[in-house]
Write a protein that binds this ligand. Structure first.
Ligand SMILES: Nc1ncnc2c1ncn2[C@@H]1O[C@H](COP(=O)(O)OP(=O)(O)OP(=O)(O)O)[C@@H](O)[C@H]1O
Length: 251
């Protein structure tokens, strides 16, 4: 299977604190990769590295290599805007912009220079359909996105991420602020999106990792302890620490 990311001997420091330690990990294309582990183990730090969101934190320093489709993304001269267009992100708390549903989706394409109304209409509709929210909002595209429920806002944020035609979607605990029904809708959606995108998802919910992911990475205190097929990680973990974590003995 083709690899979307190849992470080699990667370390990340916040000042003197080494938050990720010698990470080696190849991430499959058109698959769902779950990142699990107790609070503070480095999952969010790792996922944010994949589209260079950590650049916003001045104390961050990295060593090693991360190739995205064979291009080094840790390179200082990398076009970060282009990387972030290709590697989109959805956050824990739905964060629609305080503008209409339509403008939330059109924002990214407009930033990338698309001006034609017909083209924008088409992108907005397609993105909302792909994020499984079109039917719920099609009659109120010009109303504020802030009037949507939390679950709808999160699907809108996924639609917004899809509107710029990404290749990879990073999702940092996308359902942790949602009720079970909204969570289940997002899980169905993520499974659907796997056909077209490579998805990397941080989750605290082990059942969620089992339900949707193909591959699971277990982090502990900045170390990648175990990484493999989700079935194997949950049924026959090789490392005692993985077993203890997935069976709820700590975390
Ligand atoms: N901006 C920052 N400055 C300094 N240290 C940080 C910063 N962000 C995270 N850390 C530290 O890096 C380590 C990893 O944090 P990170 O948020 O990546 O963990 P996590 O596994 O995502 O946790 P959670 O599940 O609670 O979100 C922790 O020790 C944390 O305190």
């Amino acid at each position: 299977m083709a690899k979307v990311f190849q992470v080699k001997d990667f370390n990340l420091y916040y000042g003197d604190h080494r938050a990720l330690i010698d990470i080696n990990m190849d991430i499959d294309e058109n698959a769902i990769t779950a990142l699990i582990g107790p609070s503070g183990c480095g999952k969010s730090t790792f996922i944010k590295t994949l589209n260079r969101m950590n650049d916003l934190i001045p104390s961050v320093r990295t060593t090693g290599s991360i190739l995205y489709r064979n291009e080094e993304i840790l390179d200082k001269n990398l076009d970060v805007t282009s990387l972030r267009r290709q590697v989109g992100m959805v956050f824990q708390k739905p964060n629609p912009f305080p503008m209409s549903i339509y403008d939330n989706i059109a924002y990214g394409p407009r930033t990338h220079g698309i001006k034609s109304k017909a083209k924008l209409d088409e992108i907005v509709e397609k993105s909302l359909i792909d994020a499984a929210i079109f039917d719920e909002v099609k009659d109120r595209l010009k109303t504020s996105a802030l009037g949507l429920s939390g679950g709808q806002q999160q699907r809108l944020c996924i639609a917004r991420a899809l509107a710029v035609k990404p290749d990879v979607l990073l999702m940092d605990e996308p359902t942790s602020a949602l009720d079970p029904i909204s969570t289940s809708k997002i899980e169905d959606l993520v499974l659907e999106l796997k056909q077209k995108y490579s998805i990397i998802i941080v989750t605290h919910n082990m059942q969620q990792a089992v339900r949707i992911s193909d591959t699971t990475a277990f982090f502990l205190l900045g170390d990648l302890i175990e990484y493999g097929k989700t079935d194997q990680i949950f049924n026959t973990p090789k490392d005692k620490r993985t077993e203890d974590y997935i069976s709820g003995r700590f975390g």
